[in-house]
Design a binder for this molecule. Structure first.
Ligand code: UDP
Length: 255
């Protein structure tokens, strides 16, 4: 068997060279990390669930005209993606206060925000991904003003889409983190959604009980992470319990 060339290895994913130029294979590992990698565990099955959830969301986003790096699913842990140049900025969208904004501004977790708020962090583990402003981003050349506008517009569309999708299955999208890349096509370059959208990168709470269905279960030592991710997949209609049936798609929750 020929060994694939590993292009990049991150905390939860590996990127391999793809079958054609300009493509990569994104492989989801079972590693869970938090606090800039200082907390680390292997959680059996997490990679498969994140791959499935993320591929479902990226497929839907492609369908509604949000450009993404996703091309197609390959297997339980891998997807074919377009090679992009990652913008070194994490874009965070918040609907409800939780995590760092609660600490920073003293807002009780669970408080709805007056409107959706976008924050930017500079992708740098050694510095702990510090929050930065548009001024820093343009001054240091991490992204241009036009790219920031594009990322913000896409982030709000993605937020509207995710909020509606998850509301329909009884889940509140508290906040999420996304990353963008530059896709070069001949002379043209455009900003597309990259990385992943999964319970690793979102805060997802059950609408009725506020039960956490996301990585906070790991960060806060609550246990039950795989059960929670399975519950998200089950409600999205993409968990094949015996791997016999076809995905059914989201099942509307009636309130
Ligand atoms: N997030 C992420 N990766 C990071 C930092 C944050 O995916 O490196 C996600 C996190 O899961 C949450 C949102 O971004 O959904 C906002 O995170 P926050 O700033 O509150 O940071 P945290 O409390 O996780 O340190």
């Amino acid at each position: 068997m020929s060994r694939r060339r590993r292009v990049y290895e991150g905390k939860a994913k590996v990127l391999y060279e793809g079958p054609e130029p300009g493509t990569l294979i994104q492989h989801f590992k079972d590693d869970a990390t938090a606090f800039d990698g200082t907390k680390h565990e292997l959680i059996d099955g997490k990679g498969v669930l994140n791959n499935r959830i993320s591929e479902f969301i990226f497929t839907r986003l492609n369908e509604i005209g949000v450009p993404t790096h996703f091309i197609r699913s390959l297997n339980m842990r891998e997807q074919l993606i377009r090679e992009v140049e990652i913008v070194p900025i994490e874009v965070i969208v918040r609907n409800v206060a939780a995590g760092s904004i609660s600490k920073r501004l003293g807002i009780e977790e669970g408080t709805p925000l007056p409107r959706s708020i976008i924050e930017f962090c500079y992708k740098n583990d050694a510095l702990g991904d510090p929050m930065v402003s548009e001024e820093h981003i343009t001054a240091f050349g991490w992204a241009s003003p036009q790219e920031i506008d594009d990322m913000m517009a896409l982030a709000l569309r993605i937020n509207d889409f995710l909020t509606g999708l998850f509301l329909g299955i009884g889940i509140k999208v508290v906040d999420f983190k996304i990353e963008f890349g530059r896709l070069f096509e001949g002379e043209m370059m455009r900003i597309v959604l990259a990385d992943e959208i999964s319970p690793d990168s979102c805060r997802l709470w059950d609408i009725n009980t506020n039960e956490k269905l996301d990585k906070d279960r790991f960060r806060r030592d609550m246990g039950g992470l795989v059960d929670a991710y399975q519950e998200v997949a089950r409600r999205l209609g993409i968990l094949f319990e015996n791997d016999t049936g076809k995905p059914t798609g989201p099942t509307l929750v009636k309130s």
